[in-house]
Design a binder for this molecule. Sequence first.
Ligand code: 5AD
Ligand code: FES
Length: 349
Amino acid sequence: MNDKLTALIDKLNDEKRLTPGEWVCLFTEFTDEEREYAAKIARELSIKKYGKKIYVRGIVEFSNYCKNDCIYCGIRRSNRNAQRYRLTDDEICECCDEGYDLGYRTFVLQSGEDPAYTAERIAEIVRRIKARHPDCAVTLSLGEKEREEYLIMKQAGADRYLLRHETADKEHYSKLHPPEMSFEHRMNCLKTLKELGFQTGAGLMVGSPYQTAECLAKDLEFLGSFKPHMIGIGPFLPQKDTPFGDKPKGSYHLTLFLLSLCRIMLPNVLLPATTALGTIDPRGREQGILAGANVIMPNISPVAVRKKYMLYDNKICTEDSSDDCRFCLQARARSVGYDIEVTRGDYFD
Ligand code: 5AD
Ligand code: FES
């Protein structure tokens, strides 16, 4: 065990922050031993806060049209090979009904940045879901919008919003996104979402092209000061029809380590074991739980469209039905001594 590194992990646990140099030291020098040391602390914090329970959020990927052109993403507008689809409002509501019958009490509506779904249209969908299932939370993940649009959706009853910041380093941001996308605008969206009262999720890909340890230090600093209610972290995985199709995937172990460090820094945070983590390793989500994650987001999209929402290659669960995922997750959680929890699972301090 490297005493300098374990001392840094202990310091993070005590003081909830590190200097940029200390973060870099952790990211560049850790081995399995320090990763497991952090995982144990993280797991204990998660159990103290949430018990041995994994919150589930059914995710409906309702459109893969996107007006953006993020270099890493399989549904970027330049990808002519993507087969585009949109679900109707009825279909989206039906997915949630099915999710409700499976016990889910949070629905995540996610799509590319698709102008066909205006704020008013989303608001109407949210009202419909809330009318049918008043005991459920609705989370939106629709990308960057204007304040007025977020407000309309909030007033319709949306509870939460996921918008990964992707990277807290402006230079790095510009290497992952086309020139018309702005780092400042994305960060401002996150601020706005929090101000409007959404439980807000930020997050990043681990090992995205051009990411350095210094970039990750900025990510952790940003997360520590912004204090999102949720943090989505998964490895970068190449998608063959994007310009990053030949780039190496992110590190599985570094992803697990980052999950633990986020849990230690923000003990109350809602932290999913992401689909990308389950894709990079068959036991990735279980290992994510053991590293301090406490949320899983099963897919409840119609099976007919699942293969089309290919942000990256080889995405899991694209041939499974919503029922399959429900029982698969239960078994996975139980295999590491946890159980799935079917309440809304709100953030609390
Ligand atoms: N690999 C891993 N994650 C990706 N995302 C998009 N493309 C990829 C990829 N190639 C993530 C982004 C986005 C979320 C919905 O999916 O972080 O915010
Ligand atoms: Fe979908 Fe396992 S969670 S098949």
